[in-house]
Design a protein around this ligand. Sequence first.
Ligand code: UT7
Length: 318
Amino acid sequence: MNGIKLRGTGSCLPSRILTNGDLARRVDTTDEWITTRTGIRERRVCTGETHSGLCTAAARTALKRAGVTPGEVGVCIVATMTADAVIPSAACTLQKTLGLPADTLCFDLNAACSGFLYALHTMECLLAAAPRKFGLVVGCDVLSRVVDWSDRSTCILFGDGAGAAVVEWRAAWPSIGAVLGCHGNTELLYCPGPGSRDDPYLSMEGQKVFKFALEAVPWCMDRVLERHGLTAEDVDVFVFHQANARIIDLVAKKYRIPAEKYYKNIECRGNTSAASIPIALSELEAAGRLPDGSRALLVGFGGGLTWGGALIEIGRNV
Ligand code: UT7
């Protein structure tokens, strides 16, 4: 025993909507191809907005919904691979914009699209030793900065955005029982860093990553349910990384999850990488679909190839 519960969430999206029609005017694609293969109709992309601005707005909403002040936060982690700067980290910038106390642990973490799950687990471990027992976990990516806008196989997939979660740690609470892992794959999903001489764009072997996702998601679900001694029926809501509507639908079908128990926003958000799960949680909370005491099973997967799953309880009025 000792773990975290989800206290409040928030999200922030850039205002510019990029439709499939807009993309069909740039590359050799069609609305029909994108919709059928991915479920995406539109996505948001940054024009004037910054990564830091998205993180700050999402975090402020999460803190407000949680009823927690910046001064009560002990750890701040931002899961991202597209921060405004390498130094300072997005989390350090967030410390400044939110006014988090000087002894708050602030750092970024990169596990690509699994980043939010890696960050939640790290948060649970660190809060046990932190000066204050509230933690701020943000997932934010601005993939429009690293997408090759002439590559039709990737540019149609991604969107920008940020999602945030405020969690609380208590010794009497059960752990989220996270399962995390990585295949050490350096080829299927690649995006060079500032020190690389490669073209500065993200590239992906989509079909192979799709196959990996169809193995990773059920594996994570089974392990998480096993750890908690639960079955899929005991879960109130399933939130999967929003990479492709077909992946989500196939998993839902395999586990016979009714439509009202899983969430899909990929149609209008695209794949927002580390932000996709916290954005989904924030939209669920806004819709009243995360009642106090309910349990959400989260699964992420992505570059690395990484994966992560966890079961988190909503603990708002405790
Ligand atoms: O968040 C990180 C994790 N990422 C994922 O989970 C992504 C997983 N992968 C996918 O979602 C899918 O593999 C994609 C949506 C990326 C691609 O769908 P697919 O059904 O696997 O298509 P494909 O890559 O096998 O391509 C099929 C055909 C190819 O043409 P040929 O070789 O059959 O003539 C592609 O060149 O579709 C072509 N194609 C396109 N056609 C029109 C690829 N992109 C496009 C496009 N518009 N945008």
